[in-house]
Design a protein around this ligand. Sequence first.
Ligand code: GAL
Length: 845
Amino acid sequence: MRGTGFLLVFCWVLGLLASTSFCGNVTYDHRALVIDGKRRVLISGSIHYPRSTPEMWPDLIQKSKDGGLDVIETYVFWNLHESVRNQYDFEGRKDLVKFVKTVADAGLYVHLRIGPYACAEWNYGGFPLWLHFIPGIQFRTDNEPFKAEMKRFTAKIVDLMQQEKLYASQGGPIILSQIENEYGNVAWAYGPAAKSYINWAAAMATSLDTGVPWVMCQQADAPDPIINTCNGFYCDQFKPNSNKKPKMWTENWSGWFLSFGGRVPYRPVEDLAFAVARFFQLGGTFQNYYMYHGGTNFGRTTGGPFISTSYDYDAPIDEYGILRQPKWGHLKDVHKAIKLCEEALVGTDPTVTSLGQNLEAAVYKTGSVCAAFLANVGTQSDATVNFNGNSYSLPAWSVSILPDCKNVVLNTAKINSAAMIPSISHQSLKGNIDSSEALGSGWSWINEPVGISKDDAFVKLGLLEQINTTADKSDYLWYSLGIEIKGDEPFLEDGSQTVLHVESLGHALHAFANGKLVGSGKGNSGNAKVSEDIPIALVTGKNKIDLLSLTVGLQNYGAFFDKTGAGITGPVKLKGIKNGTTVDLSSQEWTYQVGLKGEELGLPSGSSSQWDSKSTLPKNQPLIWYKTKFDEPAGSDPVALDFTGLGKGEAWVNGQSIGRYWPVYASPNDGCAASCNYRGPYGSTKCLRNCGKPSQTLYHVPRSWLQSSGNTLVLFEEIGGDPTKLSFATRQIGSLCSHVSESHPSPIDTWNTDLTSGSKLGPTVLLECPIPGQVISSIKFASFGTPRGTCGGYSHGQCSSRMALSIVQKACIGSKSCSIGVSVNTFGDPCEGVTKSLAVEASCT
Ligand code: GAL
């Protein structure tokens, strides 16, 4: 008791000192996290600080708060902060303290997942490469060298947070921390040492005395007091390993990640909302979206291999920081509905009963409060259920939320939020190129030499594994070999060709014979390995074979992921086509070069006096650096560069890497359906778009990296392309759409805690132009009756009121926002006895 009293006074004093103060005592029990003695229902969302810029953070966090989040979750990325052992870096996008304080300034809590293993589609799962070279080290198991480093880094981060007073126990926003990450998924592979490692990790974390609970995700055997939590597309069936721990969901995947060469995954919001509601229906009290804002994998931070530079994730806030609608809005409504139930939710366990096949009610009744969730988990049929003497219609794969056990304030399949369809407008880079810098095309260039060009090249017998050789200092490793062909060797019979056979662990390679690109190979996210047969022409006398092997993000997931390896481990063979003679070159003396000459010269920054702008700009040529200067596109919309026309490489704006680009890597032609049925269990390959098209053409250039004029853009192009085809792409809102039926609940904001007002208004279409200063300028479509189709493609059904368009025009045009009752009172009744809906497509200017 004395302790609590002291804490309260302490917190009160802190509250006087700081603008936002959080207090203080975070514990947990069977039902929930308990903050200052109060059980809490908490909605959380992942935003990884280095995947955006400090200039973007306040807006992203505010949009998260507006979307109904209480908590922001982030991993801590070890390899960002300590890329060189014992040299810490917390500057710019790595400014973890600033990020946590920015979240605190918005009044939100933080869940800090220290790991330090992160996974996260992040290079090497977040481990710094030097860790791999510590003698005797074994990652993520009961191994002294590993444990010593893991403990040092974890303690370093805890210490940093404590020094800045960022834990809730100190008046800060951090209410939760994670140690390890999904180790339970791979523990089997580590044998009995797995158990002792996890026990050690738990004890180590606990000993750091953060004053707030620790969690382990996907760790069924997490020892007390660590809370084991669930990750997945659904976690309603999850149970923590002790009745003293709350049911928590640390990763609800809002979509899925994209790979180069992959189709673009998306997750329908009706299904996501269903998963969230089911979780709270069955006893959950903490839920985190992974991701709420996915952002961008700048530089060489992507893991994989083959993870794309975009980490959009189909999250409620898109890669560029723009609200994805109706996803963001519908989830906001779900959060409000759940919060209306909070008192009942934290008060008791639910009583779950069956209302028929696939139909389930959960009731939280305690004292004078009562909240209920009604679910139809069937994938086919809509149903009508009787509950507490009333009748409720429940669409398939949906949950209705009744904060008073009577009124439905929300059904997860009925979306009140308007959709926003983006339109992308292109603008030539050329208009923005500063022509004083370079003549003619506005571009200058430097050729990257084929093969060995650096002084630090070295010779080794046999083929070397790449990651051990480069320590990931660069994506690139040259394997170079001279071959002497005598006139009488079989390869040369009548000048016929030879086949160069190369096998590599991946991830991609370019083969050059006598200085010329003769072939390329690449793996994919499912199989990184490359095996190529490349026809080459050798000449009598000296020949040179130069193999450029490259990585595209290091493995981040799986047991022993750190040992996956990359590069040309062989065999490398020459096969004579004519008589089948084969020479194995694998154990010859190869010459190696780590990285490119241009990297050594610092070309990414645009410096060097060697840039050539006098002769004709070379196009479609492999291994070339390009540079130009450009002005910032006007306006304040987020900026992307469209790389259509280029091959593969990396790009830098004012010296900052915007990431790897690879617009020629297209996804397979098949596997995308025109629409995706949200009913039924979701998986990462269920809803895909963009089949047969480049996986990623647009690359985010944060506004804050630009100055109004004279920006430097540098590209390193591996395969060949035309840089003059580059253009800017900005995103605007194309259309605003809403489709609401007579059976939709009133908009959630019309319900207050006593639930009287909401029930009166009735279903309503609400349209609002999201950009300040804009008004609704036209109604492209309006139909009351039985309209069909989706935004951008609505059509009238059999039944439609003739007055709909003029009524909607009258209510909306010229206004920033408008609301129209979806009812025969507004439109008259075009077809009695049929449930009608109103579909509207509008545009704002
Ligand atoms: C989880 C992991 C996350 C992320 C996610 C997929 O298994 O914990 O870090 O990799 O999968 O996006």
